[in-house]
Design a protein around this ligand. Structure first.
Ligand SMILES: Cc1ncc(COP(=O)(O)O)c(C=O)c1O
Length: 327
């Protein structure tokens, strides 16, 4: 859908107010207030970051666990950082039964029992698109000795996900949120980390770079989130659009003989049952989709496609038709 209407005017107003010539507030007090009011959580439990990416880095760097258990297939940055820090990386695979991927919590038993470990769950999962109720994860893992990092970067674009963080998030949980995805503004680096543990927050603050969120992003987020009703309405419209368009795309993809997996997010994992490397074939049509060759447990017969505007999605379907017919 692109960024919310008026986003560029907000950027302009921020620039005109002189933010580029000033450091932001070191403690981000006003930004924390805006985030806490929008997301329904306490100001003191938040660390604003330059995107969810920085929040993940800070969490892993500050906690420096001995082991990182990641539900795979998954976003790759957790492993990159683990390797850089010499942390032992332990993939835990979602189970696949027919057309459905799911998590069997008993697979996390070893991780759960280890005090010096961090369990990472991307929810909704990238690239699978599946969503596990946050309450269920909390119920199953709140008594673990391990800490749990929940990367909720896509939750605003998932109708089943809660926008609010609320109360009741246990001390061994850390939540990561992104503002770049739902705003369609990845260039404005914005996100935050939530924890209700003083100890964790202090550790994170100690490794955080001073002024880690730029003045422009700080100013932009404060103004955008202060228009709470408009921003919420934008999220709801995005969710409705994605849901409708995703349903249409699932049907179109199935009618081409492909195997799309049900998704709660703004993307769909698609398998070519004939083992075709669709990402490679689509490049010949001038279309770039995410090959899943680099995701653990998937391979080059899987692609991940994003839900885009109807005419762009139609273009993709037509190109898929052509490459499948030619093979
Ligand atoms: C699961 C996941 N977490 C975090 C990020 C990083 O998001 P941000 O742009 O907010 O840094 C991404 C980006 O693709 C992602 O897929």
């Amino acid at each position: 859908m692109g960024p919310p209407e008026g986003s560029y005017e907000v950027v302009e107003r921020c620039i005109k107010s002189g933010v580029l010539e000033r450091y932001p507030d070191y403690n981000y007090e006003k930004l924390k207030r805006a985030i806490s009011s929008f997301y329904g959580c306490r100001e003191e439990d938040i660390v604003p970051t330059s995107g969810a990416g920085e929040a993940i880095n800070l969490a892993i760097f500050a906690l420096k666990p001995k082991w990182i258990y990641v539900l795979e297939p998954s976003y790759g940055e957790y492993e990159v950082l683990s390797k850089a820090l010499g942390i032992s990386y332990k993939p835990v695979f979602y189970r696949k039964s027919g057309d459905v991927f799911s998590l069997n919590f008993s697979d996390l038993e070893e991780a759960c029992g280890r005090e010096d470990s961090l369990i990472v769950i991307t929810n909704p999962s990238n690239p699978l698109g599946i969503y596990i109720e946050r309450g269920e994860i909390i119920e199953k893992l709140s008594r673990c000795r391990a800490r749990v990092l929940m990367d909720e970067a896509y939750s605003e674009l998932c109708s089943r996900c809660a926008i609010e963080l609320g109360s009741g998030i246990p001390e061994n949980f850390l939540l990561v949120r992104s503002m770049t995805k739902w705003l369609s503004l990845p260039g404005i680096r914005l996100g935050f980390l939530f924890s209700s543990s003083r100890e964790v927050l202090e550790k994170i603050d100690a490794v955080r770079q001073p002024w880690n969120v730029g003045s422009l992003a700080d100013c932009f987020a404060r103004e955008l989130l202060s228009r709470k009703d408009e921003a919420r309405e934008f999220i709801m419209r995005s969710r409705r659009y994605i849901e409708g368009e995703r349903k249409r795309m699932l049907n179109e993809l199935k009618s081409l003989g492909l195997k799309p997996y049900d998704s709660s997010a703004n993307f769909i994992l698609v398998e070519s049952p004939r083992g075709l490397d669709l990402s490679f074939l689509l490049k010949g049509e001038g279309i770039h989709v995410r090959s899943c060759a680099s995701f653990k447990g998937l391979g080059s017969s899987f692609i991940r496609i994003g839900i885009r505007k109807p005419h762009e999605d139609d273009e993709l379907i037509n190109a898929l038709k052509r490459v499948i017919e030619n093979e």
